[in-house]
Design a protein. Structure first.
Length: 394
């Protein structure tokens, strides 16, 4: 599979410039996250500044710069501080019933006493936790074991990666990320270390797939996949769907196109509506970026946006074949639903957007800067979609 020249849609360029102007981070860093040259980002910014204002209603609204600390960021920080305060208050109470959890090992108990020595007297804590003061002082005087030193270094790496990925990694992905850095540690050891120190991935809510209105007279395509989610190479099978996100200004609709072989989001579009123009924009971005050969299968649900004549005509232009799920069966498009679930858990449920522009910026940064290029995917052997695409190319 040969390499192709990358092309970028106007929407991609607008969102990249908006991310640069709103984040306050260096241009080199933003360009590296998006996998583009800084000169390209600089040229896009200059061209957008020189372009006349866009007419309202002709497309997505321009993204305006916002303060570095938005109301949503402030609310998240306040919630974090409240959780920290509650945890501190619980620790200061030293409930007697909790000593059984601390006594999973003498070292853990002694370490707890050492960390809280400035709050309570050592002998009081030893009496409450059922250990001897002489044992504690003997433990403090002993040199740190080799295993403890390794665990301390490993814990620092785990916390660094967890901060880098914004608490999105559990032990399986953390294990894969550490192995990619050359750390030969077992998954069980990482799991025990994370559990002992309260490091865990973001918890997901119960996911409910979006319902699709297929009650329309438009022609439908057969289900060519039949839940066989295997592709021989990139750009052989694409999955498409729509989801919606709440903002203070109303709903923002996201149409996405996912490559089944690489799990890369090859096309996307965000609008204030879910008319045919939304799905067409996502499909056109995918075809411009990937330049698929004839014979591509493009699978979607039976919504009117995918059954419309204009969408079918665009598929015919690139020689693609339409495929559609059965009515009301989200399992027929399971990898696409899995992506939306990941998006909701790792981003949407962690934020409250006051405007659609704020949501657009965060979605663009997540899709192009994180999901496609940084996040390890279990279905790819814990590689990123970008790495999987490069493996196919070479």
């Amino acid at each position: 599979m040969g390499t192709t020249k990358r092309t970028f849609t106007p929407e991609f360029k607008r969102e990249a410039v908006a991310l640069l102007e709103s984040s306050g981070r260096p241009q080199m860093q933003i360009a590296a996250e998006l996998g583009i040259q800084p000169s390209m980002l600089r040229a896009w910014r200059a061209s957008l500044q020189d372009s006349p204002p866009r007419v309202v209603g002709s497309g997505p609204t321009p993204v305006a710069a916002s303060p570095l600390t938005s109301p949503a960021d402030q609310a998240a920080e306040i919630a974090r501080l409240r959780r920290e305060l509650d945890r501190t208050r619980m620790e200061r109470d030293i409930p007697k019933k909790s000593h059984r959890h601390l006594r999973g090992g003498a070292e853990m108990t002694f370490r707890f006493i050492e960390q809280h020595g400035s709050i309570w007297p050592v002998r009081l804590m030893c009496r409450v936790l059922g250990v001897s003061a002489s044992g504690y002082y003997a433990w403090r005087s002993r040199p740190e074991s080799r295993r403890a030193q390794e665990n301390r270094t490993l814990l620092a790496d785990v916390r660094r990666l967890q901060e880098q990925h914004k608490s999105r990694y559990g032990s399986p992905r953390m294990h894969a990320a550490l192995r990619a850095e050359g750390r030969g540690v077992s998954r069980g050891r990482i799991e025990r270390l994370m559990r002992r120190h309260g490091i865990r991935a973001l918890a997901g809510r119960r996911y409910r797939p979006c319902t699709t209105d297929s009650n329309h007279p438009l022609p439908l395509a057969p289900n060519l996949l039949q839940q066989t989610f295997v592709a021989a190479a990139p750009n052989r099978v694409w999955l498409a769907d729509i989801t919606y996100l709440a903002t203070g200004e109303g709903w923002l609709y996201l149409a996405a196109v996912l490559d089944l072989a690489t799990r890369k989001l090859v096309g996307w579009a965000m609008r204030e509506h879910m008319r045919i123009e939304l799905t067409l924009a996502a499909l056109m971005m995918a075809t411009q970026r990937q330049r698929p050969a004839a014979g591509l299968i493009c699978h979607s649900d039976r919504g009117s946006q995918y059954a419309a004549a204009a969408y079918g005509e665009q598929l015919a232009v690139v020689g693609a074949v339409a495929s559609m799920s059965r009515t009301g069966c989200c399992f027929d498009n399971a990898p696409m639903e899995s992506f939306f679930h990941t998006l909701k858990v790792e981003l949407v449920h962690q934020r409250r957007w006051a405007t659609r522009d704020e949501a657009r910026r965060d979605l663009f940064a997540y899709i192009e800067g994180y999901y496609n290029r940084q996040r390890l995917h279990s279905a790819l052997g814990y590689r990123t979609p970008e790495q999987a695409e490069q493996r196919w190319a070479t």
